[in-house]
Design a protein around this ligand. Sequence first.
Ligand SMILES: [Zn+2]
Length: 291
Amino acid sequence: MQATRIGDFEVHRISEFEGPFIAPEVFFPEYDPEVLRANPDMAGPQLIDPATGKLVFSFHSFVVKTGHHNILIDSCIGNNKERPTRPQFHQLQSPFLVDLASTGVTPEQIDYVMCTHLHWDHVGWNTRLDNGRWVPTFPNARYIMARREFEHWQAVQQRSEESPHRYAFEDSVLPVVRTGQSVLVDDNYSLEDGFFFESAPGHTPGNVVIHARSRDDRAVFLGDVLHHQFQLMQPAWSTLACTDPALSRTTRTRLVEEYAERGTRLLPGHFPSPTAGRIVRRGSAFRYVFE
Ligand SMILES: [Zn+2]
């Protein structure tokens, strides 16, 4: 498992799945195959699977050891979760906890779980199944979520909407609320260790990116502001998973330009290994350069 550094922080990625996931014309409602034909360097097997034509995705968490605290950024898919509309991940059995142990951290040693948003593939390991009940996987952690995000999915749950996110809210979010471990915060929340939230709405209503800063070094945990490198050919492409595609487009376009301008180090939520990298401008579009 690779580790990367942000100043004094040590960052490990724990992936539960990496491979072909979904066809671009399904995932991006405005997808135009001409754009890919005009950018042949984007058709490589690291980006799109030649056999199936599906986009290559990773689903992962990040463990950050700050020297003072151990922080989990997004908690991925989780084991045993009922996700009938996501057959690939329904009742998943992944070695996430073994992989966590190999970073030298036990579940008891996780101090904070920070959530970019509350979609099913970002909250799964908040909880684990114990004798038929969902209990917090990290018994000593505080789970930090944007209040705006929580209230949106709470309303979805109260309307009993048929959605994997509603299931995730019930099996992976509410149990940590019941134990008193959840902390609902404003979109500009900051944690003493050098972490702070920045509002990035659109993919979900309370979506945030998480900045990490140590010494002179910094990076941004990007969550799902970008899902796939293809969006750098056309930052306007929102996804079928975006709550508000128009706002998602505005936020993504603004942030892509800002990150390219500043050379910001990024840790996106679904880019395959080695994941960390930077956006560079190329002509009227952009590219992602892995570290
Ligand atoms: Zn996601």
